[in-house]
Design a protein around this ligand. Structure first.
Ligand SMILES: Nc1ncnc2c1ncn2[C@@H]1O[C@H](COP(=O)(O)OP(=O)(O)OP(=O)(O)O)[C@@H](O)[C@H]1O
Ligand SMILES: [Mg+2]
Length: 156
């Protein structure tokens, strides 16, 4: 079965990438793999503060909730199979590319939760675009995603 891999980070733009991936999986009768990666903040790796600063179980729990909440917000009807949910500890772009290596398509949003306003692509989408060995789709934010970051804006 064909596999479509999509990366999510809890942002509205990633949510739209997920929606696009679901629709495409439906059209192709393909399987869907939803991936969320996480990394220890570097400060937390410095002894003796490690145990106090970040609890891996808590991070893992937050990661799981990000996946669950994102999937709960989309209509999954008509898919050939239940989406696979992957939580992976590691850097986002290389991990997504690794998971997608045997897939047919990798889908990401153009931007995510972090970063500097004004950039067209974030570091993850940029790295994915540069290093991809599978077809990549980059979903730009629509008006809805813009609204999520700029609540003062009103459209007509
Ligand atoms: N931790 C992650 N796990 C899975 N996918 C991710 C992760 N982070 C980002 N992505 C994917 O990459 C897309 C672009 O996010 P990216 O991180 O490049 O932008 P940004 O957060 O705005 O900028 P930056 O992280 O460079 O400050 C997201 O919409 C999502 O699809
Ligand atoms: Mg990011």
């Amino acid at each position: 079965m064909e596999k479509i891999v999509v990366g999510i980070d809890g942002s509205e733009t990633a949510q739209q990438a997920l929606e696009w991936a679901v629709a495409e999986a439906r059209l192709r009768g393909a399987g869907l793999v939803v991936v969320h990666t996480w990394q220890q903040p570097t400060a937390a790796l410095m002894a003796p503060y490690a145990p106090v600063l970040e609890d891996p179980a808590a991070i893992e729990e937050l990661a799981r909730r990000t996946l669950t909440d994102s999937l709960a917000a989309v209509d999954l009807t008509g898919l050939a199979s239940e989406p696979e949910q992957w939580i992976v500890q590691g850097p986002a772009a290389p991990t997504l590319l690794g998971v997608a290596r045997n897939g047919s398509l990798l889908v990401v949003g153009s931007r995510g939760r972090g970063g500097f306003a004004g950039l067209v692509l974030g570091s993850v989408s940029r790295q994915v675009a540069h290093e991809a060995t599978v077809p990549v789709v980059i979903i730009p934010p629509t008006a809805r995603a813009m609204d999520a970051t700029d609540t003062d804006q009103e459209d007509g």
